[in-house]
Design a protein around this ligand. Structure first.
Ligand code: NDP
Ligand SMILES: O=C(O)C1=N[C@H](C(=O)O)C[C@H](O)C1
Length: 249
């Protein structure tokens, strides 16, 4: 049985993870961390990592970048494996995750669906074949409650593409104030926010007289919750290090 400490327990993803864990026999939420409370939560909820006084377990984080430092400190102090799914992290926070991974096992991915991991591999292959000649644009669409833009997944896909391109591309998020033609070594990244869209990512390779589109669409948050539980079970007996979806498939 894998015991979980759920950070962001009362948020949209936290509730999806708790519901899925409750229906399984191989894991359970032992405690949560959140500044909110949800009525009738079947586990204790602590308001911050600093005030956490619950049992040990695998930390699963779907919360907010502001909690990153406190969660890493808690995980290091108690030697807890950590699955970090929060997006919108700053560069220094990502650096701190890499540093902590020398002491504890950390699973870090901006997208917990297996499908997006495959999309990333397909993008790399397409960039090898088409990069340099085709213009690459990424379009992501999410619900109107999302705080960060562009999505962590869009940035992850852009980084995967950039790894295959030379010279290194510039990321362009906004063209409204520019009056110039698009240079070749650019990846345009565009964010749409509306309604209850769960999460959609499209990568366009635009050439002369043709466009190749690779895309992924999530139809419910359950797909991310399922990936997070899989990652937590995978991580619980691992050696310190940094893991991602590539290690699961
Ligand atoms: N890797 C992946 O596959 C996925 C990642 N995500 C990411 O997970 C994160 C959470 O998403 P989602 O569940 O939709 O967001 P929500 O805003 O619904 O949930 C976040 C929860 O954390 C709480 N919280 C925020 N700041 C603090 C704080 N300083 N101290 C204590 N609690 C806090 C929120 O409280 P309050 O409401 O009061 O702010 C809320 O209850 C986002 O970064 C999102 O991008 C989401 C889906 C998939
Ligand atoms: O906030 C969300 O909802 C999601 N966030 C992740 C991201 O920023 O890429 C993953 C998923 O698309 C849903």
């Amino acid at each position: 049985m894998t015991e979980l400490i759920l950070s962001g327990a009362c948020g949209q993803m936290g509730r999806a993870v708790a519901a899925l864990a409750a229906a399984r026999e191989d894991c359970q939420v032992a405690a949560g961390i959140d500044r909110r409370h949800f009525p009738g939560a079947p586990f204790p909820i602590f308001p911050s990592p600093e005030q956490y006084d619950g049992p040990n377990g695998v930390l699963v984080d779907f919360s907010h970048p502001d909690l990153c430092q406190g969660l890493l400190a808690l995980a290091r102090e108690r030697r807890l494996p950590a699955v970090i799914c929060t997006t919108g992290l700053r560069e220094e926070q990502i650096g701190a995750i890499h540093e902590a991974a020398s002491e504890i096992p950390i699973f870090f991915s901006a997208n917990m669906s297996l499908g997006v991991n495959l999309l990333r591999e397909l993008c790399k292959r397409a960039a090898q074949v088409l990069g340099g000649e085709y213009d690459i644009e990424i379009i992501e669409r999410h619900h109107n409650q999302k705080l960060d833009a562009p999505s962590g997944t869009a940035l992850m896909l852009a980084d995967a593409l950039a790894g295959e391109l030379s010279p290194a591309p510039q990321y362009v998020y906004d063209r409204h104030s520019r009056r110039m033609k698009r240079p070749k070594n650019e990846i345009g990244i565009h964010s749409v926010r509306g309604g209850t869209i769960v999460g959609e990512h499209e990568v366009l390779f635009c050439g002369e007289d043709e466009v190749i589109t690779l895309s992924h669409s999530a139809s419910s948050k359950r797909v991310f919750a399922a990936g997070a539980l899989r990652a937590a079970i995978f991580l619980q007996d691992r050696a310190p290090g940094l893991y991602d979806m590539g290690d699961l498939v």
